[in-house]
Write a protein that binds this ligand. Structure first.
Ligand code: F6P
Length: 193
């Protein structure tokens, strides 16, 4: 059966400083994950599997995938949720600058749309062509971002989308999904970094 392998990008410099959004490079730890990925992936992708690898257009996903030997494609639709005016801020800075927004987001994280940016609902809608393409393809590996991965994961695991904003998707871990007639089988492989 065909499988889908999913990963967040390795830790970025913005992850280290607690800033959201942006287009930062990987941190040294994130780069260790990128370097370890070919070995980890060779253990969990059966030999001879033809695989297409999709990333976003952001440096941190492209850098994470750089050592993997597969045919690659960058999708704008896989870019991280656009935080609009909050792009580049930390959560405490957002709370100080936009207290009402910060609270609205916590009250309804799925529908909350950043000023000049996106909501989770917006991301789910822009992912529709990606999901359709995934359904058409055989084996796909996707390296993308926390919010985007939550939505893709929820779709294949049949979890209601309004719950996706709160799901924990660990860093430095490859998730293998194998859709089947009786639901999707899920396995996680942590790189130990
Ligand atoms: O902090 C990393 C990040 O990918 C941000 O760029 C993004 O805004 C955020 O996570 C999404 O997570 P949450 O919706 O929980 O704020």
């Amino acid at each position: 059966p065909r499988s889908i392998w999913l990963s967040r990008h390795g830790e970025s410099m913005f992850n280290v400083s607690g800033q959201i959004g942006g287009d930062a490079d990987l941190s040294p730890r994130g780069m260790m994950y990128a370097e370890k990925l070919p070995d980890l992936v060779s253990k969990i992708v059966p030999e001879g599997t033809k695989l297409k690898l999709w990333t976003s257009t952001m440096k941190r996903t492209i850098q994470t995938a750089q050592f993997l030997p597969y045919e690659k494609k960058e999708w704008k639709a896989l870019d991280e949720l656009d935080a609009g005016v909050c792009d580049g801020l930390t959560y405490p800075q957002i709370e100080a600058k936009y207290p009402a927004d910060f609270k609205s987001r916590d009250d309804d994280k799925y529908n909350y749309r950043y000023r000049g940016g996106e909501s989770y609902r917006d991301v789910v809608i822009r992912l529709e062509p990606i999901i359709m393409e995934m359904e058409r393809e055989d084996n796909i590996m996707i390296v993308t971002h926390q919010a985007v991965l939550r939505c893709i994961y929820a779709y294949f695991m049949n979890i209601p989308q309004h719950r996706s904003p709160w799901m924990a998707i660990p860093l430095h871990t490859v998730i293998k999904l194998t859709p089947g007639a009786y639901g999707t089988e899920m396995e996680m492989f942590n790189a130990g970094i």
